[in-house]
Write a protein that binds this ligand. Structure first.
Ligand SMILES: Nc1ncnc2c1ncn2[C@@H]1O[C@H](COP(=O)(O)OP(=O)(O)OP(=O)(O)O)[C@@H](O)[C@H]1O
Ligand SMILES: O=C(O)c1ccc[n+]([C@@H]2O[C@H](COP(=O)([O-])O)[C@@H](O)[C@H]2O)c1
Length: 214
C-alpha cells in the first residue's frame, strides 16, 4: 500500500482560518504526507455561491501556499453539473488504487450525511474523519448516522486508519465560519483575523453585498 491520501472538500466560500487550521491538524494527527483541498464546483446541497468555483479555488491556493503538505485539487472546479463526493472519491480511487483515502468533514456535515448521494457506499470507500466543530453536539446526530458512527468508530491515529472506519478529531478548532466572514465583508469590516487572504478578497470587491438570508 502507498501512504494514505487526505481529502478535504468544501465550498470554501470563502476560505478561512478554520479550514486551514483544521487541514493542518488533520495532516498532523494522521501523519498524512498530502492533504488535497477540493473546492466544490456546483454544490448539490446548497444554492450555488455567487462567487465562481475558480475564484474560490484561487483563494484556497493562496491560503495554503506556505502550508507544507496541503495541496489544491481543482477536479470539482472543472466538473460540469453537480459535484458529488462519491464521484470524487471513486475517481481518486481509480487514480490511486493502492492508496487509502482518508476524507475529512465537519460535524455539521456529518449530521447531513443521509442527504448525500449514496452515503452508505461512501462510508466504505475510505476512512472518514470528522471534525468536532465548535458548537456542534454529537448527541444531536440523526439515528442512522449515530448508528454508523458507533459501528465504525476508530481512534484518531495513523495506526487505526482503515477502510470503512470513522474517527473523530479531538483537537480544539476555531469557531469561524464562511457565513460570519461573508457577513463581516458585507458590512465593510476588517476580516484579516478570519482569513489569510483578506486583502485579495477585499480587493476583488466580491461579497460587498450580502447574499445570505437575514
Ligand atoms: N471552523 C471549523 N471547524 C471545523 N470544521 C469546519 C470549520 N469550518 C468549516 N468546517 C468544515 O469544513 C467543511 C467545508 O466547510 P465550508 O466550506 O462549507 O465552510 P463553512 O464555514 O461551513 O461555510 P458556511 O458558513 O458558508 O456554511 C465542512 O465539512 C465544514 O463542516
Ligand atoms: O455528495 C453529496 O451528495 C454531498 C452533499 C453535501 C455536501 N457534499 C460535500 O461536502 C463537502 C462540505 O460541504 P459544505 O457545504 O459544508 O462546504 C463539500 O466537498 C461538498 O461537495 C457532498
Amino acid at each position: 500500500m502507498h501512504p494514505p491520501l487526505g481529502i478535504y472538500g468544501g465550498t470554501f466560500d470563502p476560505v478561512h482560518y478554520g479550514h486551514i487550521k483544521l487541514a493542518g491538524i488533520f495532516r498532523d494527527t494522521f501523519k498524512l504526507q498530502e492533504v488535497r483541498l477540493i473546492p466544490t464546483g456546483v454544490p448539490p446541497h446548497r444554492p450555488p455561491p455567487p462567487v465562481s468555483p475558480q475564484q474560490r479555488a484561487d483563494w484556497v491556493a493562496e491560503a495554503i501556499a506556505a502550508q507544507p503538505g496541503l495541496v489544491l485539487d481543482e477536479r470539482e472546479v472543472r466538473r460540469s453539473g453537480y459535484c458529488y463526493t462519491i464521484d470524487t472519491l471513486r475517481e481518486l480511487q481509480r487514480e490511486h488504487p493502492q492508496t487509502l483515502l482518508v476524507w475529512l468533514i465537519g460535524g455539521d456535515s456529518l449530521a447531513g450525511l443521509p442527504g448525500w448521494r449514496d452515503w452508505q457506499q461512501l462510508l466504505e470507500l475510505g476512512h472518514l474523519v470528522v471534525a468536532a466543530r465548535p458548537g456542534f453536539d454529537f448527541a444531536t446526530l440523526p439515528p442512522p448516522v449515530s448508528d454508523q458512527l458507533q459501528k465504525r468508530l476508530a481512534i484518531a491515529s495513523p495506526e487505526a486508519l482503515s477502510h470503512g472506519k470513522i474517527s473523530v478529531l479531538p483537537a480544539p478548532l476555531l469557531s469561524v465560519s464562511s457565513t460570519a466572514l461573508r457577513q463581516r465583508l458585507a458590512r465593510g469590516e476588517d476580516v484579516s483575523d478570519l482569513t489569510p487572504v483578506a486583502a485579495s478578497i477585499v480587493s476583488s470587491g466580491l461579497y460587498r453585498q450580502s447574499s445570505d438570508p437575514v
